[in-house]
Design a protein around this ligand. Sequence first.
Ligand SMILES: [Zn+2]
Length: 306
Amino acid sequence: MLSIIWRFYCIPQNVLLKLFESLVSPIALYGCEIWGPYINIERKNSKDIFDWSNNLICQKLHTQFCKQILQVNKKSSTAAVLGELGAYPLLLKVIGLTHRYLKRLLYKSRKDSLAYTAITDLMNNQYHFSWYQNVLNITTKFGININDSNATVKKKLRNAYKTAWLTHKNDNKKLTIYNIIKTNFEYEPYLNQIKNKSTRKIFTKLRVSDHILLIEKGRHTKLDYSKRTCPHCTDALEDEFHFIFDCVRYQNDRNKIMTYMNNKYKHFQALSDHNKCIYLMNLEGEDLKQFSEFCHKSYQIRSSFG
Ligand SMILES: [Zn+2]
């Protein structure tokens, strides 16, 4: 199923996500109202809903899909990838559907039915590890009450996830640039606005630190931090800031984009590199096109000298 969808990767990522949600999720989550509460999501070192989500086996499929459609490495940060797409993990659906099922058993089933008898028995007797107890344990973690509406449950789960996501993202020290430019868990407009697939891919890679600059590449090859210097400017650490603002190798193209920005936005020149970075990485429309093309061209040059 995934490979069938993947053949259509030229279509926008938000459409691919919708396809996943309507074609793959129902299969991956089939019967989750029953098996969901029995999953041991609280494994060692799992401290919040972000970790628990990643412990769900079908979430691995979802995360892998998200990485594929963004065309990033499978080892790239899950927090960054899900954040770029504003893609909530499947665990939220599992909990939401289970809560809905419990309400249906209690309020919609006939009082003389076997299902109603079973659920009232589970509620009246504190059986250890019963389905009901497990549902209660999970929903209590998020302050979900039995009578909460579906919309309220969704909101509580999403808020809990967004808080955990922000903590995990900020704790990940390799996401130097991402922690500066990204604060909201929502789908990024640039994914639809950059029409050239290669340009979009490189722009994403720069944002989520899945690139060939030595600050990141050296991490994989265990190169000493002090030696992760630019091949052209030997004294400078080759990180995203150096690539965008300083490296002499891309100076000509950089002058063009910076002149363009200075002419269009009078305040731009006075900004620090830190603030310029936030500005540039969140551009839209023609400005985004100009800047992302600079990134693409410079990245190609960088790729050519290993
Ligand atoms: Zn350089």
